[in-house]
Design a protein around this ligand. Structure first.
Ligand code: ADP
Ligand code: MG
Ligand code: MG
Length: 209
């Protein structure tokens, strides 16, 4: 079972990873966007960490909801409202329980996908964060069905997210700023799919630590 402390450890890890990878994320965004994805992610997760540290929620749902709220209010770019909505929906799906199961996490991840779809209107193949998130959630659910434990299922999710992010290189963007480039967006990895793969990898690493 996963408690609020698990999700706080995830947040600490994500904040550090985003800090480390901010330059690389911004470089990806400079090729097909406006060169701010790394700084957007950094601003959002720094604010989320500070908010959660100053008033620690005592449930998993409370942690995710608090992170989502900060991303929405502190990040101006598309990724803030999209990730913020995803995390708030995931938090709501987990409700007020002090501990949640691997299966409840699967349902929360599904709610996160629905949140991104509802707000952004993108589908898989449009070269967005969904190209990493959807395969990750599917791989996680399939691994649980096969009898994997939490850490094993999250490893499968992390591998699928990484593959999905890499596969965006060959895609033409149909949503977000990169879509303005049309065919010229092909040949570059999507920044948001890349940051999604970092967020999912951090979940797997948290389960292993
Ligand atoms: P902005 O493009 O507003 O500067 P960011 O650079 O922080 O925001 O984030 C860009 C990322 O947001 C893209 O790489 C893409 O993955 C994601 N994104 C943009 N629009 C959408 C959308 N409609 N649906 C899903 N993801 C999107
Ligand atoms: Mg940008
Ligand atoms: Mg921007």
């Amino acid at each position: 079972m996963l408690d609020a402390a698990f999700f706080r450890r995830w947040l600490t890890r994500v904040t550090a990873v985003v800090e480390r990878e901010a330059t690389a994320l911004t470089e990806l965004d400079s090729a097909i966007g406006d060169a701010d994805h790394g700084s957007n992610m950094r601003r959002g997760f720094d604010a989320a960490s500070a908010a959660v540290d100053s008033e620690p929620p005592d449930t998993p749902g409370g942690v995710l909801t608090a992170v989502g709220r900060q991303l929405i209010s502190k990040v101006g770019g598309a990724s803030g409202p999209l990730y913020g909505t995803a995390l708030r929906r995931a938090g709501r799906a987990l409700g007020g329980e002090p501990r949640v199961s691997a299966e409840q996490l699967r349902d929360a991840l599904g709610a996160a996908v629905d949140g991104v779809r509802d707000l952004g209107g993108a589908a898989v193949g449009d070269k967005t964060m969904l190209d990493a998130l959807v395969p990750a959630v599917e791989a996680y659910g399939a691994a649980l069905e096969r009898g994997a434990d939490l850490a094993g299922a999250l490893d499968a999710a992390a591998a699928a997210a990484r593959d999905g992010a890499e596969a965006t290189i060959g895609l033409r963007a149909r949503k977000g700023r990169a879509s303005y480039l049309g065919e010229r967006s092909v040949g570059h990895q999507d920044p948001g799919a890349t940051s999604t793969s970092l967020l999912v990898a951090a979940l797997a690493d948290t389960a292993r630590e």
